[in-house]
Design a protein around this ligand. Structure first.
Ligand code: FE2
Ligand code: FE2
Length: 208
């Protein structure tokens, strides 16, 4: 039956489904950004987009790409290309991130955001049509389960880091990401804490 097939393909036990869900989320946020007219609301969506895409990108670099390099026949080359693409996208995301705290910058951000989405859409398409299905075929069950577990439980940095040592060993990258995550946490506290969507108690603490 079609319904049960859909349920199965969206099963949370499937690392491909969970990665594709992330892709869907950033696409939705971009659509929302474009349909909402109010700059303050656009800014909040942007904050969320920056966090979602950063986390996704860093999880791939830490958990997915090292496996890809190991198990795909031309893994080394594919990962190198993927890292280059992440770097291009994260460089744009960093430019946006630096402008995002001032709501006056929304109009300056729009063309950068549009450019980012062109690159990102191409990258996502490659992952979904090519890389993820190959990974699913080539990963044994316990490795796939571990990847899913890491994806769901590990905390990673939440702001763009195009200069992260993505070509280095997993340990070096993980260490750099741990440090970055601590700084990002403080920055995010400031950003999301002062959000108009923050609850009243948080606002009181921040403003008094
Ligand atoms: Fe990616
Ligand atoms: Fe991705």
């Amino acid at each position: 039956m079609t319904a049960s097939m859909t349920t199965r393909s969206m099963d949370n036990n499937d690392f491909v489904a969970i990665i594709m869900k992330d892709h869907e989320k950033v696409n939705e946020l971009y659509d929302e950004f474009n349909t909402i007219g109010n700059a303050e609301d656009q800014q909040q969506i942007l904050f969320e987009f920056i966090r979602e895409l950063s986390v996704h990108s860093h999880k791939e670099a830490l958990f997915l790409y090292p496996l890809m390099e190991k198990v795909l026949p031309d893994g080394k080359k594919l990962v190198k290309e993927a890292i280059d693409e992440h770097r291009t996208v994260e460089t744009l995301l960093q430019q946006i991130d630096m402008l995002a705290d001032d709501v006056q910058n929304i109009s300056k951000i729009k063309p950068l955001f549009k450019k980012l989405m062109v690159d990102l859409t191409k990258h996502i398409e490659e992952e979904e049509t090519d890389l993820l299905p190959s990974m699913k075929e080539n990963l044994d069950k316990s490795t796939a389960d571990q990847l899913l577990k890491d994806w769901q439980t590990e905390k990673v940095s939440t702001r763009p880091h195009p200069d992260a040592p993505m070509e280095a060993s997993v340990n070096v990258l993980a260490e750099a990401d741990r440090k970055a995550a601590q700084e990002d946490k403080l920055l995010d506290k400031k950003r999301f804490g002062s959000s108009k969507h923050a609850n009243d108690d948080a606002k009181k603490i921040l403003h008094h």
